[in-house]
Design a binder for this molecule. Structure first.
Ligand code: FES
Length: 158
């Protein structure tokens, strides 16, 4: 018995639209993640069959690119820029603090499913790092204290 809670019809629509284009795998994975929010593992064989590649190849691409999720994201996605300019402004210290505060690692989700923590490489705020993005909102010059306040505010509006 299936326990899937995602929209299989949407995935089939994406496959129908993309499967005959050259190099279809990455665009298919991007489309699925955009629509469903992650790549359900049970869909890997369906993707493989539709574009005539092995399941291992599809799985390999999903795991190679950290961008792709294999589980639904938390309610809020916290992205911390760890590119060069933000590194020079202390983003690694902020990254350690974020892991400790949220109690999860990068590419992980908190136990209460409220936050997923991700790395991003440049948010276009290089002169004002460390920069982070929470859901669709960008924040610059993020100290540990500011980070705490932002997370607390999100917890307050769950
Ligand atoms: S390097 Fe972090 S915003 Fe550009």
């Amino acid at each position: 018995m299936s326990t899937q809670t995602f929209d299989m019809a949407a995935i089939e629509g994406i496959l129908a639209k993309r499967k005959s284009m050259p190099g279809a795998l990455l665009p298919i994975l991007h489309d699925i993640q955009n629509v469903i929010g992650y790549i359900p593992p049970s869909v890997v064989p369906v993707i493989a069959e539709s574009i005539n590649v092995s399941r291992a190849e599809v799985h390999g691409v999903i795991t190679y690119y950290h961008f792709f999720r294999q589980h639904p994201a938390g309610k809020h996605v916290v992205q911390i820029c760890r590119a060069e300019a933000c590194q020079a402004r202390g983003c690694e210290e902020l990254a350690s603090h974020a892991k400790e505060l949220l109690g999860c690692d990068f590419h992980g989700t908190t136990d209460d499913n409220n936050f997923s923590l991700e790395t991003v490489y440049c948010l276009g705020q290089c002169a004002s790092g460390p920069a982070i993005q929470i859901d669709d909102d960008l924040y610059a010059r993020v100290s540990k204290e500011k980070f705490n306040r932002l997370i607390q505010a999100k917890r307050g509006v769950q």
